[in-house]
Design a protein around this ligand. Structure first.
Ligand code: NAP
Length: 493
């Protein structure tokens, strides 16, 4: 196994992981991994091609026919729980990997990403022994029951913004259900995915049950989705690519989960606790440098408190610590790439051209050659402005006023997305009414981003379909088989 050394004393695997072995790409391909904080190359990682997809699928199918396919849920659970212990022991190494290639502040990686991924494995390890079917009453002389079986080989494709948590949110339930997995991490952030493969192998996962194919470009992902040996696709990423993945999976008639982009609306009524709202709102759009699908990027504020809240936010945003991901006090680090920083900058410029008023941020930050853009608040935009309607995927908040509850709901539901939405109010009846009326998969009342792996996570409309987390995710990785057995009525019949 070759490994890279980029932040002593930590090392990371740097090859493909197929059939339990570290292996070079068949065509010798490699890709550079960039540190977004400095724009420098920190690693060279093997880059898979279509030929490697064939090898990974064959390894996964072999693994399904081997001991893994015969294990009970309790046996699978033991392996996952051993992985949980190893992940806990290697928390710092996982956090360093997560921070280094994604530019994620190390304090967030330690406090949220690594524990969040560990939680997923622990949660699904506890569910694995309880996968059972049902006995159904039948009218004839038969005995009928259902079996909940693994789907087979899962292609798990993930984006760059939460590499470890999003890998875990697919791999943990898929393995708990007894599937084999081929994981394609995003090319910007492959390090933690490779570490996770190493950890699961050390925990006793049989060879070929988890295969990891880092690589860049649509061809690799497309080959995975299309491969006849892949039985299900679990995709998280942009709405644009999600549409392509869903279309291809549809042509192949294979089940697909698509967890896609978002553009969360957060409605603030005049009776809300404003000091609390300011903290909630800032967290809702600066967390992970705004690169999170459930970001609350559209603030919709009741007119009597509109100016006050805009002023409070403008003041508070200036105190958010922006800086190097390696500094423990940093809350906002760099964006993942120069392209992402340029996109965010162009969206803010477009917002100004559309009549928006920048009340905080709005100018890129020069630091170490990294891809920094500060938290930015744009007020007074018309609802049809691109910055309001589209996902920006950077630390940018738009603010709009409303006059009554129905207008607030109409504004909140006016984009193509439907992942997250929220309402901040002291009136509990209004909270219930608005939560029911918001067209999104996740609703937060007097909070934002409160997540628990027991609670299903996913969107509606152009934010995709399917649910991660909770027993719902486990169900997605299982298929139901009905078995009906003739029963001889015997002498009395
Ligand atoms: P992306 O560009 O859609 O890429 C996601 C993954 O898809 C990458 O691994 C990418 O690989 C791969 N891919 C590209 N073309 C493909 C194809 N034709 N077939 C199969 N796979 C293909 O997304 P991103 O920029 O990494 O991530 C940001 C997006 O993810 C945002 O829109 C965000 O909202 C969304 N997201 C959603 C959730 C959720 O749960 N709803 C969570 C996190 C992020 P290459 O880059 O190598 O092409």
């Amino acid at each position: 196994m070759s490994s890279i050394v980029s932040a002593a004393p930590h090392t990371w695997p740097a090859e493909l992981f197929i059939g339990g072995r570290w292996t070079a790409a068949a065509d010798g391909g490699r890709m550079d991994v960039i540190d977004p904080a400095t724009a420098s190359v920190i690693a060279s990682v093997a880059s898979a091609s279509v030929v490697d997809v064939d090898a990974a699928v064959a390894a996964a199918q072999d693994a399904r026919r081997g001991p893994w396919g015969r294990m009970t849920g309790r046996e699978r659970s033991r392996i996952l729980l051993r992985a949980v212990e190893l992940m806990r022991e290697r928390t710092e190494q996982l956090a360093q990997a997560e921070s280094l290639d994604g530019g994620k502040p190390i304090s967030l990686a330690r406090a949220i990403d690594v524990p969040g991924a560990i939680d997923q494995f622990e949660y699904y390890a506890t569910l694995a022994p309880h996968i059972d079917g049902a006995v159904r009453e039948t009218a004839g002389q038969t005995f009928a029951f259902t079996r909940r079986e693994p789907r087979g080989v899962i292609a798990a494709i993930s984006p760059f913004n939460f590499p470890l948590i999003l890998a875990a949110s697919k791999i943990a339930p898929a393995l708990a259900a007894g599937n084999a997995v081929i994981h394609k991490p995003a090319p910007q952030t492959p390090l933690s995915a490779l570490l996770l493969a190493e950890i699961l192998a050390e925990a006793g996962l049989p060879a070929g049950v988890l295969n990891v194919l880092p690589g860049a470009g649509a061809e690799l992902g497309d080959a995975l989705v299309r491969h006849p040996g892949v039985d299900m696709v679990a995709f998280t990423g942009s709405t644009t690519i999600g549409r392509i993945v869903a279309r291809t999976a549809g042509e192949c008639l294979k089940p697909v989960m698509v967890e896609l982009g978002g553009n969360g609306a957060n409605i603030v009524f005049a009776d809300a606790d404003l000091a609390k709202v300011v903290d909630t709102v800032i967290g809702s759009f600066v967390y992970n440098t705004g690169q999170f699908c459930m970001a609350g990027t559209r603030l919709i504020v009741e007119r009597p408190i509109y100016s006050t809240l805009v002023d409070l936010l403008a003041g508070a945003v200036g105190h958010v610590p922006v800086g190097r991901p390696s500094d423990a006090g940093t809350v906002v680090g760099p964006l993942v790439s120069a392209a992402q920083r340029d996109r965010v900058e162009a969206m803010v410029d477009g917002a100004v051209a559309a009549g928006g008023r920048v009340v905080a941020g709005g100018t890129r930050l020069d630091l170490d050659g990294g891809f920094y853009y500060p938290p930015t608040v744009v007020a007074d935009l018309p609802n049809m402005a691109e910055a309001v309607q589209e996902e920006i995927f950077g630390p940018v908040l738009t603010v709009q006023p409303f006059d009554d509850e129905s207008e607030a709901i109409a504004l909140a539901n006016s984009t193509a997305y439907g992942l997250a939405a929220g309402v901040q109010t002291a009136d509990i009846s209004r909270a219930h009414r608005v939560a029911a009326a918001l067209d999104a998969g996740l609703i937060w009342v007097n909070t934002w981003s409160a997540l628990d792996h027991a609670v299903p996570f996913g969107g509606v409309k152009s934010s995709g379909w399917g649910r991660e987390s909770g027993p719902e995710a486990l169900d997605s990785y299982l298929r139901v088989k009905s078995v009906t057995i003739a029963v001889d009525p015997g002498p009395a019949g």
